[in-house]
Design a protein around this ligand. Sequence first.
Ligand code: ES4
Ligand code: ZN
Length: 330
Amino acid sequence: ADLDDYIVALPKAELHLHIEGTLEPELIFELAQRNKVSLPYDSVQSLRDAYAFTDLQSFLNLYYAGASVLITEQDFYDMTMAYLKRAHADGVCHTEIMFDPQTHTERGVAIETVFAGIAGAVRDMQRDTGLSSYLIMSFLRHLSEASAFETLEAALPLREAYDDVWVAIGLDSAEVGNPPEKFARVFQRCKDLGFRLVAHAGEEGPAQYVSDALDVLHVERIDHGVRSEEDPALMQRLIDEQIPLTVCPLSNLKLCVVDDMAEHNLARFLRQGVLVTINADDPAYFGGYVADNYRAVAKSLKLSRSELAQLADNSIVASFLPIGRKAALR
Ligand code: ES4
Ligand code: ZN
């Protein structure tokens, strides 16, 4: 309990969080009922029981099924507000939230609805508590380059209305077989437009995808990146250039990226001087929010309090906040 209080009290940013992955089974059922969407599960418990994953794809199948209950602006607002309240309780002072418009536009939901609901909750939370959030609009890498360009073009007319929150572009979903190169042109366009860039790489995919995310997509931060350890030259580069990795320990365990938390390479990365951070990824599916992730690694990897404080400080440094606000939070 003492350690819990210490972790919650650390000023933290959460930088790797999929808002669709915060939909708890209870809220999935409530929204299904509200929107008269039928689910292939007869109870909250039977849905929760299905959360036994063997790899990323086995999770993604359920994640997209869960997201199918999101129809109205209110649904996106309610999902986002529920997450923000939970993050606030964990002592998070800033979040950078990923969302996947294609998951919704493919079902006929307007991209305007997605932006309005998520940004509405983000603004209300900032006004009421001071917890700030940025949005990372992410492309689904199992879909085509053309679909990513269409999504970008559909979103750009909204940029001005959301310029206080929408600052970055990301890349998520099935990694293996969908290398960074596939999105080189659309990321170049996003860079030219002045967006900050991140991409998932080196979760299930090889260290080469991490190098390519840096060199081909020009991202500033890597989501996951745990397989970088397989390339010593890349590791040295991450250290030298202080390229942040947004690591998600409970996610890695649930998706069998690691077999045992005691074997997670987060502590080695930290002790070698990589700018690693701790994040929840999809907390409703992976068994814990951000403080639970800190707690899990503290215990399994025997991290000291000063190492936990370093991880929290890294999250502020690795955020896209302006330097003045970073300084105020550290
Ligand atoms: C994701 Cl853990 C993970 N990896 C890739 N894409 C994702 N989307 C949501 N969670
Ligand atoms: Zn992720």
